[in-house]
Design a protein around this ligand. Structure first.
Ligand code: SF4
Ligand code: SF4
Length: 584
């Protein structure tokens, strides 16, 4: 079997391991050969041509920095790209198809952004060699596949790509000025007014880019991408920061871009939105940070089900040791459950915005999903319950201790993760540290963590505090599907074992569906007024919420995952007639 050796440089700590422990233990080195040596940066370097795959170094490295992977022959043809000698390997690429929206689904760190950067022309692939590959070499690499034609068109200059990056929060760091200025600068199609209207950006045209919210920034980035003349549009995580209403609107808009002359490629972790927006998907699997393999395209519904199952029949490949399952949660019986706290007629005015929360009760052991548009008071309500904000009137019955994870995370600290988490590392090893995979992050400075890593640390920190109520504001942001479902399990486990309650404000309906026993629904007019209703049982709460959105949902008959019905379809009409917008 072909073998690859990967050293994750940011994890390799040759002083911490007592001085290149791997090199001292390697049996090939002991025979006098140079299998593991010191690279120019003093980190470990492995010669995979003489490594025997004995497994000693990956098992003994105290920082889990080494992976030795034996790849099946049929998968391990030349990588399309390799980051340096022992760096991440990417095999194959997703293929944009004209007239279709093609999705990419896979874990964080599996190479999705690398693949997209290759298409966007921001990264020249090297086919695993030292030098970048010529266009003829790329055409030859993809001979006989859809991608061959695509790279031929790139060579002939017939492809123009427009790309929306994942990190929209980086835009204010590179652009000074207002939204109108930015959009008119990139408006090659002369369609600014039309796109601004579709994406609801009229009200922020005069606002400085540095002063708009995350959701507005995301829509500005999408507008800027679409205003450029191109025939391939690529969107890396277009749903981040958007509420559900906006996610659906943006999905419809992105879908409408694909025609005979235009191909669309989307990376997305919100499975309901990916399902709704795309015609086909590529699954990416492998080992995060080590290698990634892109599957052949699959019809979206089947592709998502295969991804959940973790087994690729056409390749005879199990890429996850377990399946992601969606067993419908039976309605909880509140009999015998003690009340944690309740509130009555809370009112709060903040500038032009007013919030009302009539009457509500939270029970111990409850996981409560909180749904509603952006700018409608969810975070304000959470802060009032947390005691961070004081209400103008109304009362909260019992004084309870609240631990709060905000929506926007502070990443400025230079402290290492271990010092932030303190004795939680020992105390909650099984409940938090292991499932959230915090161990590899413990010695990393907080200001060097990626968005997903910082999110996991923040969730861990919030849930490690002593409290009766945990409020998590958008915990799914930056997490992949697997991580979202693990977080949901961690939350349920904590609510059950500690007898506390957890409120989760989030826009990923699949995540909310998976974790919630009850729902609070916010209604109103963004930036003007908001009213909280509930908690309701899931079916009642989802019915109320979906009425507002004018959509219906069903469960997939094979995987049980929730899906949005096609508007006007038989199921959509039947469910609307029965006033059962949410599958039972
Ligand atoms: Fe030490 Fe691990 Fe780095 Fe080898 S890979 S030098 S054992 S930290
Ligand atoms: Fe050496 Fe390869 Fe064994 Fe590691 S796996 S100790 S590099 S022979």
């Amino acid at each position: 079997m072909p073998r690859i050796a990967v050293v994750e440089k940011e994890k390799c700590n040759p002083i911490g391991c007592g001085g290149h422990l791997c090199a001292r233990l390697c049996p090939v080195n002991r025979t006098g050969k140079d299998c593991i040596t010191q690279d120019v940066d003093n980190k470990a370097r492995i010669d995979e041509t003489i490594c025997t795959g004995c497994g000693i170094c990956p098992n003994r490295c105290p920082f889990n920095a080494i992976s030795i992977i034996n790849l099946p022959e049929e998968l391990a043809k030349q990588p399309i790209h390799r980051y340096g000698r022992n760096g991440f390997h990417l095999y194959n690429l997703p293929t944009p198809i004209f007239g279709k929206v093609v999705g990419v689904l896979g874990r964080n760190g599996i190479g999705k952004s690398t693949a997209i950067k290759i298409f966007a022309g921001m990264l020249q692939p090297n086919l695993g060699k030292e030098e970048t590959a010529s266009s003829d070499a790329l055409i030859h690499y993809f001979k006989g596949s859809e991608a061959q034609g695509f790279f031929e068109k790139i060579k002939e200059g017939k492809i123009k790509v427009s790309y929306k990056p994942q990190q929209v929060d980086a835009i204010p760091k590179t652009y000074n000025g207002n939204v109108r200025g930015l959009l008119s600068k990139v408006d090659e199609k002369g369609k600014m007014d039309e796109i601004v209207e579709i994406l609801d950006l009229k009200n922020v045209l005069g606002t400085e880019i540095s002063n708009i919210s995350g959701g507005e920034l995301q829509r500005v980035a999408i507008a800027a991408t679409v205003l450029k003349k191109a025939n391939v549009y690529i969107f890396d995580e277009p749903s981040s920061y958007l509420d559900i209403k906006q996610r659906i609107k943006v999905s419809k808009f992105i879908k409408s871009l694909a025609d005979d002359d235009t191909a669309v490629l989307v990376v997305e972790h919100d499975l309901i939105i990916l399902d709704y927006m795309t015609d086909m998907i590529h699954i990416m699997f492998g080992k995060p940070g080590v290698y990634g393999i892109v599957s052949l395209p699959k019809v979206t519904r089947n592709g998502i089900n295969i991804y959940m199952d973790g087994y690729m029949r056409d390749m005879n490949m199990r890429f996850r040791g377990y399946s992601l399952k969606f067993d419908p949660r039976p309605p909880i019986s509140k009999d015998g459950l003690s009340v944690l706290t309740s509130w009555n007629h809370i009112q709060k005015k903040l500038g032009d915005f007013s919030l009302l929360a009539k009457r509500g009760t939270i029970h111990k052991k409850a996981s409560v999903g909180v749904l509603g548009e952006n700018g409608i008071g969810k975070t304000t309500f959470a802060k009032i319950l947390a005691g961070v904000l004081k209400q103008d009137s109304g009362n909260i019955a019992e004084n309870i201790k609240v631990s709060y994870k905000p929506q926007y995370l502070d990443s400025s600290s230079e402290d290492v993760v271990a010092s932030l988490l303190g004795d939680a590392v020992r105390k909650y090893e099984n409940q938090l540290i292991k499932p959230l995979n915090i161990d590899p992050l413990l010695l990393r400075p907080i200001n060097e963590l990626s968005g997903g890593e910082l999110q996991r640390v923040s969730i861990c920190y919030c849930l490690a505090q002593e409290a009766n109520l945990y409020l998590l504001d958008e915990p799914s942001a930056y997490l992949d599907v697997e991580q979202r479902l693990i977080v949901a399990k961690v939350i349920n486990d904590i609510a059950e074992s500690r007898g506390c309650a957890v409120f989760v404000v989030d826009h990923d309906l699949l995540f909310i569906d998976y974790l919630s026993d009850e729902l609070i629904v916010f209604e109103g007019i963004p930036a003007k007024s908001g009213e909280s209703k509930g908690p309701f049982e899931m079916e009642e709460g989802m019915n109320l919420f979906l009425t507002e959105l004018d959509i219906t949902m069903r469960r997939d008959k094979d995987s049980n995952r929730p899906r949005i019905n096609k508007p006007g379809s038989r199921m959509d009409q039947e469910q609307k007639e029965a006033n059962s917008l949410y599958y039972s």
